[in-house]
Ligand binder design. Structure first.
Ligand code: TRP
Length: 339
């Protein structure tokens, strides 16, 4: 099938469910800033409607949404260059999601591994929203005709479903209206592992706060967590192959490389043979230099909620200006009178 070409547009979303950490920064926020700096039209969304597919305390959701917005801005997302907003302020997402609920098949949805993981043993008790989550995600993306979606490896299946929905819609309505979105999957180099266990991803739900660096941690906390990070007794090897089967060592080298905008190869070349007693303080200095300004800026932004809310409202208005005509056209294609 020939696919009409759509102008490049980046879209990505993050759930406002608290505790932004180094993994979110290196795997998502920093990459988003890079795409903004390349001059690609970019839309970043705090997906509060996705967050409530599992229970959220209202005051926590409100706080997490503003804190996430502060995290985006403090990391370098410029809300005048990119569009930054929270999902619930743009009703076109849910309107498009309904159409996609009618395009997606039960069989496709039942295969979604994230639903199975999140619903756990008691799937009968999961919310209907959790089951429909991927159709809303497809709507987030396609209501802007986004062409590129930077996400983590765990979202690959959802993006394939987005493509499936676009293809079926285009096929059923004999159109080429929706682009087939390209997943831009995060590479291993930016995948940040727990500081306590190099085989587990850094996670906001890990009970040990020492396992992660939160974007709200101050300089002393960042340095302490790196000094206390789990390692092995060997010095750093003289080539990256020597990091195989040394997950903790590899993780610290990867973090160093990502923070320094370098590569694991270059970091190893500079630090070969060093003991962790020497390498960790260098990494701590680098991490403090890069991350402490972010936590300071987040704290400053969080002082002025009205300013954050104003930025999100402005982003939502600009997002709607793009989404509304695409939804209208979708309704026309589907046969809705009045669209
Ligand atoms: N499901 C994504 C996650 O948990 C968040 C998300 C929602 C998203 N909508 C999106 C990501 C659209 C990219 C594009 O990480």
């Amino acid at each position: 099938m020939t696919e009409v070409s759509h102008t490049p547009r980046v879209f990505s979303g993050i759930q406002p469910t608290g505790n932004l950490h180094l993994g979110n920064y290196l795997g998502a926020l920093k990459r988003f800033v890079d795409s903004q700096e390349e001059g690609i039209s970019s839309i970043f969304c705090m997906v509060d409607l996705h967050a409530i597919t599992v229970w959220q305390e209202p005051q926590d959701l409100r706080h997490a949404t503003r804190e996430l917005a502060a995290g985006f801005i403090a990391s370098g997302i410029d809300p005048t260059k990119s569009i930054l907003f929270n999902q619930s302020q743009v009703p076109e997402h849910t309107q498009m999601a309904w159409v996609f609920n009618c395009v997606a098949r039960m069989g496709w949805m039942k295969r979604m591994t994230q639903f199975k993981d999140k619903a756990g043993k008691n799937a009968e008790n999961a919310s209907l929203g959790l089951f429909g989550y991927p159709a809303l995600m497809a709507a987030d993306i396609l209501v802007y005709h986004a062409t590129h979606v930077p996400v983590g490896e765990d979202q690959k299946q959802h993006l394939e479903l987005t493509q499936e929905i676009a293809r079926k819609f285009n096929h059923d309505y004999e159109t080429e209206f929706f682009p087939i979105t390209k997943p831009v999957i995060e590479g291993a180099a930016t995948r940040v592992m727990s500081l306590r266990d190099g085989s587990k991803k850094m996670s906001k739900s890990d009970p040990s706060d020492m396992s992660r660096i939160n974007l709200t941690d101050d300089a002393d906390t960042i340095a302490r967590k790196i000094r206390k990070a789990k390692t092995d007794p060997e010095p750093l090897p003289d080539s990256v192959e020597g990091l195989e089967n040394r997950p903790e060592a590899r993780n610290l080298v990867n973090i160093y490389a990502a923070l320094a905008d370098s590569t694991a190869e270059a970091v190893i070349a500079d630090h070969a043979g060093q003991q962790f007693g020497t390498f960790k303080p260098s990494l701590a200095d680098l991490a403090v230099a890069k991350l402490a300004p972010i936590s300071e800026e987040m704290a400053r932004l969080m002082q002025d909620k009205a300013e954050i809310d104003g930025i999100l409202k402005n982003g939502a208005d600009r997002a709607r200006a793009i989404a509304a005509p695409i939804l209208k056209k979708t309704y026309q294609i589907v046969g809705m009178v009045g669209a």
